[in-house]
Design a protein around this ligand. Structure first.
Ligand SMILES: *Cc1c(COP(=O)(O)O)cnc(C)c1O
Length: 451
């Protein structure tokens, strides 16, 4: 064994190889050391040590891999429109082109051109938010979780926050409302029961220590049966009668363009002039990751004075992207927002897309495909029960197990669903420009397995 291990090359020798003369020495050293360690373990387990040249080549490859981006584009054939694992809402190429000069050149993000002095980054957004929701003022933070944190920290530090037990929800990634409230310094005053909370429960909970009544939208689950939650409109009135803040965390929220009747739109919510409302920028809105807060000016002013805001502040990328998205809504240019455009596809468009894709796949040898009707979902914890009728392709390969085929296409960048031993490609979230790529993926797999 000792003799075997002595065949392992020395790190220093490898670092001096000519092919590495332009490499970053520290990174190369780390990679080399860990690779030699791996070979040592292999040798102990009886795996042969490759020759010196092969080891150097392996290290060169690992180095190259380490420095190349691991991020890549994927084709989403799952039919889930805002897929959290696949980047949630995808951003508009049209709007990105619009904002590119702002990103790459100096700009008036925080500069008041009229006064020639420091301006405010939020004003670019708040003008638009006020126009859309007819509200007094607004502010934008990193995401909607930050919005909850900032609001509770500003108005409910060491004070009670009244919430129904039916609304103490967990979103993905271990974001739980009770934990966020306590991290923000608020005292959770839970009321009612899991399935039913009455207005009287809210009334009975109000005391000297109360600061606000929060309604959290049950965004990612539905309660059915013997249930009751109080509408925000009523809570809003109750809070105002007792000089408390009414705050609605709508979660996703949408402005328009979403074909649902099961959730109130943000426009409807804004009509009651709530004290504070918050929602995500990259769920159904279809913009960048952000937490948008709108409501009463005196409250927004207090949020702006909280030192936490500096830590939750949004970058210029977000401001530019959100501003362009909101302008698209105001101009009714909904086709510029991919998330909305995907919802709005007609049955005919979806069938046509499926036929075009079928034409490209049907002659690939060993592949059996047919058009199938499917159901798409909103995703990202929005509209949990709603299904949107869609179309796509169901397929299988005569020589490759469906599970294996699914792994192959996934590794080549096509993410699909498997059902009843068939691969399902929902065309709703696939751009026609990706159809050729899909054809190539299946051609490539067929030729690999044909050998
Ligand atoms: C998604 C969601 C959040 C968190 O929003 P992020 O933008 O993901 O931080 C908070 N509250 C509700 C009700 C949500 O649905």
């Amino acid at each position: 064994m000792r003799e075997l291990l002595s065949k392992l090359p020395k790190t220093d020798k490898i670092l001096k190889e000519k092919i590495f003369s332009y490499h970053n020495m520290l990174l190369l050293k780390k990679i080399t050391q860990s690779h030699i360690e791996k070979l040592r373990q292999d040798a102990i387990n009886g795996i042969q040590i490759p020759c010196y040249e092969a080891i150097v080549n392996e290290i060169a490859l690992i180095y190259k891999d380490t420095l190349s981006s691991n991020l890549r584009t994927l084709i989403n054939a799952t039919g889930v429109i805002t897929q959290t694992n696949l980047g949630r809402s995808i951003f508009s190429r049209e709007l990105l082109e619009e904002i590119t000069p702002l990103l790459c050149e100096y700009n008036n993000l925080e500069y008041d051109l009229q006064k020639g002095q420091r301006g405010e980054r939020y004003q670019h957004i708040s003008k638009l938010i006020s126009a859309i929701f007819d509200c007094e003022d607004s502010i934008v933070v990193n995401n909607n979780a930050s919005a909850v944190l900032l609001i509770v920290n500003t108005f409910a530090k060491e004070k009670e926050v009244i919430i129904s037990r039916g609304e103490l929800i967990e979103i993905g990634g271990s974001f739980r409302i009770p934990e966020v409230i306590s991290s923000a310094g608020g005292i959770l005053k839970e009321i009612g029961s899991t399935n039913k909370t009455h207005l009287i429960d809210y009334k009975n909970a109000i005391c000297e220590e109360s600061s606000m009544i929060i309604k959290i939208h049950q965004s990612n689950f539905k309660q059915i049966g013997f249930t009751q939650q109080i509408e925000f409109e009523e809570l809003s009135k109750l809070a105002k009668d007792h000089n408390l803040i009414d705050y609605y965390d709508v979660g996703s929220g949408y402005i328009n363009g979403i074909p649902t009747k099961n959730e109130p739109s943000l426009i409807d919510i804004s009509k009651n002039k709530p004290s504070l409302v918050s929602f995500s920028g990259d769920k159904l809105l279809g913009g960048p990751q952000a937490g948008i807060i709108f409501g009463k000016k005196d409250l927004i002013d207090k949020l702006k004075k909280n030192h936490l805001l500096r830590a939750l502040r949004v970058d210029k990328f977000t401001i530019f992207a959100l501003e362009a998205t909101l302008r698209a809504y105001l101009q009714n240019n909904l086709k510029a927002i991919p998330t909305i455009a995907m919802f709005k596809q007609s049955k005919e468009e979806l069938i046509n897309k499926s036929q075009t894709l079928l034409e490209l796949l049907k002659d690939i040898s060993n592949l059996q495909c047919r058009i199938i009707s499917l159901f798409s979902k909103a995703g990202a914890g929005s509209l949990p029960q709603e299904e949107f009728p869609s179309y796509g392709i169901a397929l299988h390969h005569r020589n490759i197990k469906t599970q294996t085929l699914n792994e192959e296409i996934r590794q080549k960048g096509l993410v699909a669903r498997v059902q009843n031993d068939e691969i399902l490609l929902d065309v709703r979230c696939i751009s026609p420009t990706a159809f050729k790529k899909i054809q190539n993926i299946f051609l490539q797999i067929d030729s690999e397995y044909g050998k």
